[in-house]
Design a protein around this ligand. Structure first.
Ligand code: C5P
Length: 411
């Protein structure tokens, strides 16, 4: 995905063993469409060579403010003016202390200080031993950097190069990439609490068998990610899928429709937007056997009776209406034919202002999809694209409906 197309990133490396991850990060940024200018402190050069970073970034690497390669001899100005963002990864405790004090005795700190703050954001990915990270001096510097307008990304938790275990690892390259991509997204959902359901449900027949469906969860996970990128606080109630949790999203794993209903009931009270993307099983076996149902050789097959599952979306929408709650509800319809007519009918039946139709067999398990947004008045197509791009378009669309005072009823 070309999420960083057209972006020019100054990638600053300071002294820390996490420099080995910066090589991968540099590749990931370029793969996402960015151009990358690497600037290294002298200490970073103890951990990784400029040759490696030059080969990966396909640009000369700078380390000294006295480098004569710049015609005007003002590297700190040239490099910072060209950038769309400066990302310091890894940022050592010492380098953060330096930035917090506004010192500028090497090229990287100099260009951070000299950058136009309004247009060139500074993102910092700390990396250090857990004692250094939790030290009051470091935490004071983090607070100061945030107060000065920098974005201090989180740290990872786990085994550290020194043999200790705790907070302070640099985030993984993919996590840093996701954070940077999210940073550049518009924030129309700031202040919203979004609850999303995703994936299939699993309805047990006995302890080893059950009924499920082909939903991969990819669309719902993309929606959760897009809502988070757009600034919302996001809770994702996920059926049984093995997808990675999007950055910054609170995830609740469930199995059956009734588990999903309970998890939704627990979180919907705080929500302002509910997006029901899950492919919830319509029916479940009336009885789930305690023990595995055995084939006894008689040729007789077990009789499975079914009961209907609760309709989570319809119930949530109805109760929000009854309480006059400002909860904007969005449903999904996975159809195999007559998308518009089915989506319109489903929107009315569920009692929601917006229903998103898609052709199930054409999208299950795929990374792309095409959506049809159906409201009271009209239908709008979002043409085939990756699920993440569609999710971003859908979230932007929902945000503008909320801004326009969208009511939570079917019209
Ligand atoms: O009725 P149908 O399953 O086609 O409706 C699909 C929409 O309703 C989706 O938004 C889905 O998440 C939601 N749904 C639900 N609970 C059910 C069935 C569907 O929330 N039991």
């Amino acid at each position: 995905m070309n999420d960083l197309a057209g972006k020019h990133i100054v990638l600053g490396l300071t002294g820390g063993i996490a420099c080995y991850k910066s090589a991968e990060l540099c590749r990931a940024l370029i793969k996402a469409g960015a151009t990358v200018q690497v600037v290294m402190t002298e200490a970073a050069g103890q951990f990784i060579t400029p040759v490696t970073m030059q080969a990966l970034s396909q640009r000369p690497v700078y380390g000294s403010q006295w480098d004569v390669r710049a015609d005007n001899n003002m590297l700190h100005i040239n490099l910072s003016r060209e950038a769309d963002a400066c990302l310091i990864a890894p940022a050592s405790a010492d380098f953060m202390a330096k930035l917090a004090q506004g010192r500028a005795d090497d090229l990287l700190s100099l260009l951070c200080l000299a950058r136009p703050r309004q247009t060139v954001p500074l993102l910092i990915a700390p990396a250090m031993n857990r004692e250094m990270w939790s030290h009051p001096a470091t935490q004071r510097n983090v607070a100061q950097l945030c107060a000065d307008g920098a974005t201090v990304l989180g740290v990872g938790q786990g085994d550290q190069a020194c043999g200790e275990t705790g907070d302070g690892r640099m985030l993984e390259p993919q996590e840093l990439l996701d954070d940077l991509v999210a940073f550049f997204q518009a924030k129309p959902m700031l202040g919203q609490q979004v609850l999303v359901t995703a994936g299939p449900t699993y309805e047990a027949i006995d302890p080893v068998r059950g009924i499920t469906n082909l939903s991969s969860g990819k669309m719902g996970f993309a929606i959760a990610r897009a809502a988070r990128e757009a600034g919302a606080d996001v809770t994702l109630v996920a059926g049984p899928v093995s997808l990675a949790t999007p950055r910054g999203v609170r995830r609740v794993d469930v199995l059956s429709a009734r588990d999903m209903q309970a998890a939704v009931a627990q979180h919907v009270g705080a929500a302002t937007v509910f997006i029901a993307c899950a492919a919830v099983a319509d029916w479940r076996p009336a009885v789930a056997a305690d023990q595995k149902i055995k084939k006894d050789g008689s040729g007789l097959v077990p009789e499975l009776g079914f009961v209907e599952n609760p309709d989570i979306l319809a119930a949530v929408a109805q109760s929000a209406r009854a309480q006059c709650r400002a909860l904007y509800c969005v449903g999904f319809a996975a159809e195999s034919q007559d998308l518009l007519a089915n989506a319109q009918a489903k929107r009315a039946r569920k009692g929601v202002p917006l229903l998103v139709g898609n052709i199930g067999p054409a999208t299950f398990g795929q990374d792309d999809n095409a959506l049809l947004l159906v409201d009271e008045a009209r239908a709008q197509e979002l043409p085939r694209n990756s699920k993440l791009v569609l999710a971003r378009q859908l979230i932007a669309n929902i945000a503008s409906r909320i801004r326009a005072g969208g009511r939570n009823d079917a019209g």
